[in-house]
Unconditional design. Structure first.
Ligand code: CP3
Length: 346
């Protein structure tokens, strides 16, 4: 049996004090992150400089003693490795060259040709596997094909993923070919992270919620299932976390549909509903609203306790429902951690 609490929860064990980590735990709300990012020059240089990427990954571990570290990188490094141009506009977010024609797709590289570009990420994982405290688990990650495709098709983040939905409708063959390319690259990318020392991997499908009806099954659940199955075949026993954000009631059945060991919950479902309908099938992670890290106070304490109690009878990893935001107060993160640990002993 694994000793690290995160791995125990992923294996289905009810750990007395749930392991804690946060999405975007290395980020702009931390002054030490902002300092290292300034040293790197820009966000992408930070991602591709292993010593600095490892440093920012370790910062929240040192400050808070989280039970898991998540590799510092970005889901958009995969499109870049496939040959897309990628840059970040300060204050606005990512920009990419778009894939909307067969010619655009034809210019992309094959999944086997991404690894030279991504070698610094694997090096970051190796450094972390060496330097993390013995009790801290290391999480690798990638974007899910649908979420990555929404950025590759639109060339930027979009409120409703309209351009990706339009391509799916107007040129389904091209859309499917792009999805397949991303899926194959993702399997290989995550597999390399595991070989470098990642102990579990998380598949971020941030825009799964905008898929409706059969498209949710076909483009969110099924790619996650194929990625999970391929990884478990290459790495027997590897625990996988899937995050179909915005799934709502479709979170029910997601363990079985994806084969993932853990389903990450956003803040759109109540913990009581999720305990009854999702956690019955396996480990869950989440679902505190990240706005509490900005506002703090009694509401943070009450909601944290509610989540810990609602999920106390099954395997649970304490986390936010989405990434912590730059305007969060680092003191509220400590309050959340203290509340989780006190609720358990109370
Ligand atoms: O969680 C972690 O601490 C690990 C690192 C991580 C980052 N991005 C670093 C990052 C992870 C897991 C991601 C995932 C990611 N990236 C997702 C999926 C999860 C989610 O949040 O829905 C998505 C959609 C992206 C794409 C992306 N990267 C966007 C839209 C942006 C800009 C928005 C923003 O917050 O500025 C990024 C930039 C980004 N990725 C930052 C960080 C710390 C902020 C960049 C900076 O420091 O300037």
């Amino acid at each position: 049996m694994a000793e690290k609490t995160l791995l125990r929860a992923l294996a289905g064990e009810v750990v007395p004090t749930p392991p804690i980590w946060m999405m975007r735990q290395a980020g702009r709300y931390l002054p030490e992150y902002r300092a290292t990012r300034a040293q790197a020059g820009d966000f992408l240089s930070l991602c591709y400089t292993p010593d600095l990427a490892a440093e920012v990954t370790l910062q929240p571990i040192r400050r808070y003693g989280f039970d898991a570290a998540i590799l510092f990188a970005d889901i958009l490094l995969v499109p870049q490795a496939l040959g897309a141009d990628l840059w970040f506009v300060t204050g606005e977010g990512p920009r990419l060259s778009t894939v909307t024609t067969e010619d655009d797709l034809g210019r992309l590289k094959g999944p086997e040709d991404i690894h030279d570009h991504l070698a610094p990420v694997y090096e970051t994982v190796r450094i972390l596997a060496r330097e993390l405290p013995a009790e801290t688990a290391l999480i690798g990650f990638a974007g899910a094909p649908w979420t990555v495709a929404t950025y590759m098709i639109a060339g930027r983040g979009t409120p409703d993923q309209g351009p990706a939905h339009a391509l799916m409708r107007e040129n389904p063959a091209l859309f499917d070919a792009l999805m397949d390319r991303i899926e194959a690259a993702t399997i290989d990318y995550l597999s390399h992270q595991v070989e470098a020392g990642a102990e579990t991997v998380k598949i971020f499908d941030s825009w799964a919620g905008s898929l409706t009806g059969a498209a949710f099954d076909r483009y969110a659940l099924e790619p996650a299932r194929r990625i999970t199955a391929a990884l478990k075949k290459r790495h027997p026993g590897l625990p996988v976390i899937a995050f179909p954000r915005g799934a709502g009631m479709r979170y029910e059945g997601a363990h079985a549909a994806t084969g993932a060991d853990c389903i990450a919950l956003d803040d759109g479902v109540t913990p009581e509903w999720a305990a009854e309908h999702v956690q019955v099938a396996g480990c869950v992670q989440g679902n505190l609203a990240s706005s509490h890290m900005v506002t703090g106070g009694q509401a943070l304490i009450d909601e944290t306790r509610r989540i810990v109690r609602a999920f106390s009878k099954g395997p649970h990893i304490f986390n936010l429902g989405h990434g912590i935001t730059p305007d969060a107060d680092p003191a509220n993160v400590q309050l959340m951690i203290d509340t989780v640990r006190e609720t358990v002993t109370a």
